[in-house]
Design a protein around this ligand. Structure first.
Ligand code: KG4
Ligand code: ZN
Length: 416
């Protein structure tokens, strides 16, 4: 089955095309194309993501990215035909259909005026995108895509709507179904691109840590999730970003802080608690988190220091990162002790943090029956490949998915 996916929940415009088979237990995903355009540089001067700017950029980017994705998928599927599929970016071995994606080079006639009218209605709030859509896309031959998967939340609503409407308009143009995908389920799905070759076994525990979420999720089967713990205030990634801003580091703050912290750790391998930053809720009996106290502690610490040198920044970054990672890992370990899980999944931008990955890897070793599934760091942050994969898993888990008539809306606070 060929799936095209669209992700626009925050500041990344991303489109992927996959060919997937194998079902829930042993999904085989062949990546035919995957393009992500980051808006980081545009938002950097505001110190965070500015939703209406993100919306405008997604509108500008989606049509050209889609065309690029179709061209890449065409090359990938012709390589496959020539028996050189290994050259295509492949996340795991699998069957790609060798049907042509050469849609950008042929002219397609016969688009009914009623279809164009419907597309104009769907995209009436995205005039920039509508113009590019009608200029370039009706001329394409319909590519061999079976279904479109689109992120419909959680995220920034103005940004989500652009992706949702684009997906609906494409579905209308090509006469194929569009299914909604929960962004957090996408982060769970990214874990199938793990290095280990083991199947995804249920029940599983997922630690999801991103700019908007910090939660521990227990799942007995794909599509059914119980949130056993979550942050009571700031998300871990949000806290990284805010502390980075206090240290005059650019957005996004996570990678900046972990870089500084690694510098300090290299010089002084033994942990020091010089500033006495707290590890909030580490001893609480539940699986919840809280990061705003830690953020405030950093703020008060910095206020007391007359001149913030590079060395002090490194020390604070390290002590802050140690505290966040300590809490995340300790609660995850406690959940692994309590729940009968076979798999530990980690997902979300913060999983790109090397210290967190290292510590999680260490604790799973204490549970020989539990297999860790962590995505590569390149797939930890937002991307459309995880959305296509989650879309495939949704279809594999429930055969009626493709028959359902979804009325897709963007929900900023969509829950798992
Ligand atoms: O999942 P994601 O790409 O977007 C959301 O869905 O929010 O996560 C972005 C978050 C940002 O807050 C960013 O600072 C954080 O992930 N992040 C990191 C690292 N790389 C990205 N946090 C800590 N260490 C990192 N290496
Ligand atoms: Zn995310």
């Amino acid at each position: 089955m060929n799936i095209l996916s669209i992700e626009t929940s925050c500041d990344e415009t991303s489109v992927a095309i996959i060919s997937a088979a194998g079902g829930i237990a042993a999904p085989k995903v062949k990546v035919l194309s995957h393009t992500t355009l980051s808006q980081i540089q545009i938002h950097q001067k505001y110190g965070g993501v500015f939703p209406h700017l993100a919306q405008r950029e997604h509108q500008k980017n989606l049509v050209p990215i889609l065309i690029k994705a179709l061209e890449e998928a065409h090359s990938a599927s012709s390589l496959q035909k020539d028996g050189q599929a290994g050259q295509a970016r492949s996340a795991s071995s699998g069957q790609a259909r060798s049907t042509s994606f050469r849609s950008t080079q042929c002219k397609q006639m016969n688009i009914k005026p009623s279809v164009i009218k419907k597309i104009m209605k769907i995209l009436e709030r995205e005039p920039l995108m509508l113009e590019a859509f009608l200029k370039h896309l009706p001329d394409l031959v319909r590519p061999p895509i079976d279904v479109i998967a689109v992120t419909n939340g959680p995220g920034l609503e103005p940004a989500l709507w652009v992706g949702v409407n684009f997906a609906k308009a494409l579905g209308e143009l090509w006469g194929i179904p569009v299914i909604p995908v929960n962004h957090m389920e996408g982060h769970i799905a990214s874990a199938i691109f793990t290095k280990n070759k083991k199947c995804l076994q249920f029940p599983l525990l997922a630690l999801l840590v991103s700019g908007g979420h910090t939660e521990l999720v227990y799942s007995k089967k794909w599509g059914q999730y119980t949130r056993i713990g979550e942050t009571r205030d700031d998300a871990a990634g949000e806290c990284f970003d805010k502390v980075a801003r206090m240290l005059s580091l650019p957005y996004p703050g996570g990678p900046e802080i972990s870089h500084l912290a690694a510098g300090d750790r290299k010089k002084f391998p033994l942990r020091k608690k010089k500033y006495n930053l707290p590890s909030p809720m580490i001893h609480s009996k539940d699986y919840d988190f809280s990061f705003s106290g830690l953020k405030t502690a950093v703020m008060y610490t910095l206020r007391k220091i007359p001149s913030i040198t590079k060395k002090i920044k490194r020390e604070i970054a390290r002590e802050f990162e140690d505290a966040v990672v300590e809490v995340l890992v300790s609660k995850t370990k406690k959940a692994l002790e309590m729940y009968p899980v076979k798999t530990l999944i980690a997902g979300g931008g913060v999983i790109g943090n090397p210290l967190l990955r290292k510590k999680l890897t260490e604790i799973v070793k204490g549970f020989p029956k539990i297999t860790p599934h962590f995505p590569p760091t390149t797939l930890a942050t937002d991307n459309a490949l995880m959305i296509a994969t989650a879309g495939y898993m949704d279809i594999a888990a429930d055969k009626t998915t493709l028959k359902k008539k979804f009325s897709i809306k963007a929900f900023g606070n969509l829950k798992l």
